[in-house]
Design a protein around this ligand. Structure first.
Ligand SMILES: [Zn+2]
Length: 158
């Protein structure tokens, strides 16, 4: 009986270590390797869709570059406007894996709507206005919530 318990106990420890190692490996892999090709393709596809929709509804061709980087907080993404007027969307690599669909369906249209606002010259920091919300909905964003409590736009001081 005692022997059986020992075997069970040891098996559980081995399983635990294996499971943990796999997770650490997986996490390490994700942080040190380029983004999975499937994820990259899904982003690229969504980006094309947003560019087309912007052209169709607003008559603006806005090929905003989308970068995937580590953002040092829990933001899903940010839209930046540089001094020279160029607009970039940055998606947070850190929280990418756990919420991929959310990023594609909600975050990308949300950030793209900020990009259109920048393009329209709305750079007063009024991030989630009615105008922004209408654009976000037009872009078929799944979450065009105006009451986002964290600011997710960065405007370089002109
Ligand atoms: Zn926002």
């Amino acid at each position: 009986m005692l022997f059986k318990l020992k075997i069970l106990f040891i098996s559980m420890i081995i399983f635990g270590i294996t499971y943990l190692s796999y997770n650490i490996y997986d996490y390490w892999n994700f942080n040190h390797n380029p983004i999975d090709i499937n994820l990259e393709m899904a982003i690229s596809k969504k980006r094309d869709e947003l560019i087309n929709r912007t052209l169709e509804f607003y008559g603006i061709y806005l090929p905003v570059p989308i970068k995937i980087e580590n953002i040092p907080n829990r933001l899903y993404g940010i839209t930046t406007l540089s001094k020279n007027g160029s607009i970039t969307i940055i998606l947070n690599k850190k929280i990418f894996k756990e919420s991929f669909n959310y990023i594609i369906e909600s975050v990308l249209p949300h950030e793209f709507a900020h990009a259109i606002m920048f393009h329209r010259g709305k750079i007063n920091g009024d991030g989630h206005s009615n105008e922004w919300r209408e654009i976000c909905i037009q872009l078929r964003g799944k979450k065009c919530d105006q009451y986002v409590n964290i600011e997710d736009i960065i405007i370089e001081k002109l």
